[in-house]
Design a protein around this ligand. Structure first.
Ligand SMILES: Cc1cc2nc3c(=O)[nH]c(=O)nc-3n(C[C@H](O)[C@H](O)[C@H](O)COP(=O)(O)OP(=O)(O)OC[C@H]3O[C@@H](n4cnc5c(N)ncnc54)[C@H](O)[C@@H]3O)c2cc1C
Length: 337
């Protein structure tokens, strides 16, 4: 069913109150194809939506919002080392992660508590605590919007990068992801060296560490550091961590003691954008109805009734200040609509 003039406030984690001209949801590919061909909306601009946790809506949407609600978790095959699990794009990501932990399929434990749906995961190759979706990805199935044909993508075809994929670049707005197949491990190879996972595990006092403990440690850390969108509107990290040549980091380190970085290769390092923003004096700052979170400078927050434009302007001011101070241009991770 197609609805008209619907508020998008419940459908985005920033809690921005804009509306969409048309709105339709689908839980299977047949309904999606009917929606795409419906006379009323077939020539309208489209916005695909999962959980709305990686978008900033800056104005009323003049076209049709299509909400993906395709359910399902299916074990499609297994071998000596792996489980292959196909998941509907509308499944809640965290619920899926907890399902794998509970059923002793390893590999997703570090990605617990990321909001949103499974279908959006490959869009930006979601990642946290040293693990990225690409590490456990097998393939996905997507519908080509123009010719309504199904196509499978391998990991290579998805061209995953740091918060990047082919769906954000040359295939942008051309495909709707319907399901994703993951290759999960029978025997866990735990990644606990990142962030404060080890410290948290020690506090939890477990004897034999299993994926479920790592997931719980990640949940504990994230809950203590990140604002809950139900309480304070946000979309997680607003900016990407910039990748810079080694020489740029060395210069910054000379001027600012202890400038942190993560080595990527022999020529490049990643500098935490949160550190750059904090050093530019933005952590915890409130500007009008929005601001920068007090515990995590990478997260912009809606303190109540902010518009998307106000948050976008705040992000531009931060980009300008960081550039002034460090000559590094921050790139937004959140999709601006
Ligand atoms: C508190 C908080 C913490 C977060 N932490 C992390 C983190 O640690 N790591 C991380 O990577 N991200 C993080 N995020 C960002 C976000 O949760 C993820 O990017 C998530 O995958 C977005 O899912 P979604 O369903 O909400 O996507 P949406 O916001 O609904 O959509 C995001 C983009 O993908 C497109 N899209 C969505 N579904 C489909 C589909 N099926 N087919 C084609 N296009 C689609 C949309 O059009 C849009 O452009 C965080 C966000 C919040 C609020």
């Amino acid at each position: 069913m197609i609805q008209s003039n619907i508020s998008l406030q419940p459908y985005n984690t920033f809690g921005i109150n804009v509306s969409t001209r048309f709105f339709g949801s689908f839980a299977d590919v047949e309904t999606l194809c009917e929606l795409l061909s419906a006379e009323q909306i077939k020539n309208q601009q489209r916005l695909l939506l999962g959980g709305g946790s990686n978008i900033l809506l800056t104005q009323n949407f003049p076209g049709v919002v299509l909400k993906n609600e395709i359910p399902g978790i299916e074990l499609i095959s297994e071998d000596e080392n792996h489980f292959f699990v196909k998941v509907g794009a509308g499944m809640n990501w965290h619920q899926f992660v907890m399902h794998t932990v509970d059923t002793k399929m390893a590999g997703l434990e570090n990605l617990a508590l990321i909001p949103g749906c499974v279908g959006a995961g490959p869009m930006q190759n979601i990642g946290a605590y040293g693990v990225e979706l690409k590490d456990v990805f097998h393939s996905l199935e997507a519908l080509h919007i123009e010719d309504q044909k199904l196509r499978s993508f391998t990991a290579e075809e998805c061209e995953f990068g740091y918060r990047e994929s082919v769906f954000k670049r040359k295939e942008k707005n051309k495909y709707i992801i319907l399901n994703v197949t993951f290759r999960l491990k029978r025997r866990a190879v735990l990644q606990t060296h990142y962030g404060s996972i080890e410290e948290e595990l020690e506090k939890m006092n477990v004897d034999i560490i299993q994926p479920k403990h790592v997931a719980q440690a990640v949940i504990n850390i994230r809950s203590s550091k990140l604002p809950d969108p139900k309480v304070l509107g946000n979309a997680g990290s607003f900016f990407k961590n910039p990748v810079v040549p080694l020489a740029v980091h060395e210069k910054i380190s000379k001027d600012f003691n202890n400038a942190p970085c993560f080595p990527l290769n022999e020529q490049e390092v990643k500098i935490p954008a949160g550190w750059l923003i904090e050093s530019a004096g933005w952590k915890g700052r409130v500007t009008g109805r929005c601001g920068v979170h007090s515990k995590q400078a990478l997260v912009l927050v809606n303190h109540g009734n902010a518009t998307g434009q106000e948050i976008l302007d705040l992000s531009q001011n931060i980009i300008d200040d960081v550039y002034q101070k460090f000559r590094i241009t921050l790139e937004r991770e959140v999709n601006i609509i």
